[in-house]
Every structure is written in C-alpha cells, then in structure tokens.
Unconditional design. Structure first.
Length: 260
C-alpha cells in the first residue's frame, strides 16, 4: 500500500500535463492559423509562389500546412490546374486537415478517463491524498473539457483559411492563364474575346471555366475539367455527336445485348 499513493499521484500528474499541453497546443494553433493564412494569401495574390511554399513549410499548425501545401503544389504544375480541380484539391486537403484535428479527440477521452479513474480510486480507497491532488485533477479536467470547444473553433478557422487560400489561388491562376498565348489554331489571329465567370454561369455546371472566341474567324476554344462527367441528355440539349457510324459507337451507349 505505501507505494500506491505516489504512483497514483504520478499518474494524475501525467494526466494533468497531457491535458494542459493538449489545450495549449490547440490555443497556439488557433492563434496561428489566421495569421499564417493571411500571409499565404498575400503571397499568392502577389504571384510569389516560392514565398507561399516557404510559408507552408513554416506553418506550425499541421492542418494549415497541409491545405497550403496542397494548393501551392497544384498551382505549381504545368499546365495550371482548372478552377474545379483547384477547388477539389483544396476541399480534399481541408478534409484531411479536419481529420488530423479530430485525432486529438481520442486522446482527450483517454486523459479524462485516467484523471477521473485516479480521482475515484483515491477517494474510494481513502488514500488520504492532499487537496493539491484534487486541485490538479480539477484543472486538468477543466482543460480537457475546454478542448472540444477549441477544436471546433480550430475546424472553423481551418475552413475559413482554406476558403481564403482557394480564392487567392484562383486569382493567382487567373493571372497566370491570362498571360498565356491566345493564338487561334485556325487562323493564327492573336486577338480573342475571353468569356469567364459570371458570363459563363449557364455552362459552369459542365465544368467550363473559360471560352476564347477568336475575333477574326470566330473559332471558339475552351476546356472542360472532366468531360466524361457530363451525361448526354438530348431532352435538355445535351447530345452525343460522333464521326463514327452508330454500330462502332456502341461503347458510349448502354449495351442492350447483354441486358437479359
Ligand atoms: Zn481564328
């Protein structure tokens, strides 16, 4: 029995330290995210991809570093990613960062269980532990109870940061794409009219992000991120056209021969 009492206090002390460290880490990340996100946005809007990359490396909050890293990584590719691709990249990174932030939840539960267990055992076995022991447990439990609140704020901050970063990334991409050659592949003219959002709002759902109209011959060119995602729907004016004779084109239509 004599060595049970210090063991219990050591367990309680570890629980207290774990609870406080966890809470302080959350507080620190919460303070850092908006600041780093603003710096990252500024770097992207000024077109400085290297500075953005460096900022991602310095970001202490793993969540923000993951989101920033994914967006900056996508922006650095050639050809530049489309609007919907950038959006998908940032959403996937946000989900990863949220999962990362949620991981602390299990640790909180373990810490709380250890603390409550230690307190209950000390009381039940009438070990005569001091008021200091219970005060420590109280502080640690209060800190652990605060964690879910902080974590929710953290998730909100991450979401806000990823939204701001995506906007900055779109601005960066727009500037880069805009400086590309617009030479017409039909007539060689170098002047074109570029249609983008909101002018293209009616075809945005198909993934059309911009259309260039040659001012000389009228040729229209553009790019759709995932053409296979558009389903043919003749009733609504979406028709499949092909240069192949119908019999050779069966791979694009459901094969009725194998239905029965
Ligand atoms: Zn042309």
């Amino acid at each position: 029995m004599p060595d049970e009492f210090p063991t219990l206090e050591v367990v309680a002390a570890i629980g207290v330290i774990a609870a406080l460290v966890g809470t302080f880490q959350l507080r620190a990340a919460l303070g850092e995210i908006p600041k780093r996100a603003t710096e990252l946005e500024r770097a992207l809007r000024s077109g400085d991809l290297d500075a953005a990359r460096a900022l991602c490396g310095r970001a202490e909050g793993a969540g923000l570093a993951a989101i920033g890293g994914a967006i900056v990584g996508a922006l650095g590719r050639t050809p530049p990613p489309g609007t919907s691709e950038l959006r998908r990249t940032s959403e996937a990174a946000l989900r990863r960062a949220q999962r990362l932030a949620q991981r602390g939840r299990a640790r909180d539960l373990v810490v709380a269980a250890v603390l409550i267990g230690a307190g209950a055992y000390a009381t039940g076995a009438a070990l005569g532990v001091g008021a200091f022991f219970y005060a420590g447990l109280g502080v640690a439990l209060a800190a652990t109870a605060l964690s879910p609140v902080l974590r929710r704020s953290l998730l909100r901050e991450l979401e806000r940061a990823s939204k701001g970063l995506l906007e900055a990334a779109l601005a960066y991409r727009g500037a880069r794409v805009g400086s590309e050659s617009v030479e017409c592949s039909t007539c060689g003219a170098v002047e074109a009219l570029r249609l983008g959002p909101p002018a293209l709002s009616c075809v945005e759902r198909f993934g059309v992000e911009r259309l260039d109209v040659c001012l000389t011959c009228g040729r229209v060119t553009g790019q759709v991120a995932s053409p296979r995602a558009i389903a043919a729907d003749p009733a609504h004016g979406i028709e499949m056209i092909s240069a192949l004779p119908p019999s050779e084109n069966s791979s694009t239509a459901p094969d009725r021969e194998h239905d029965g």
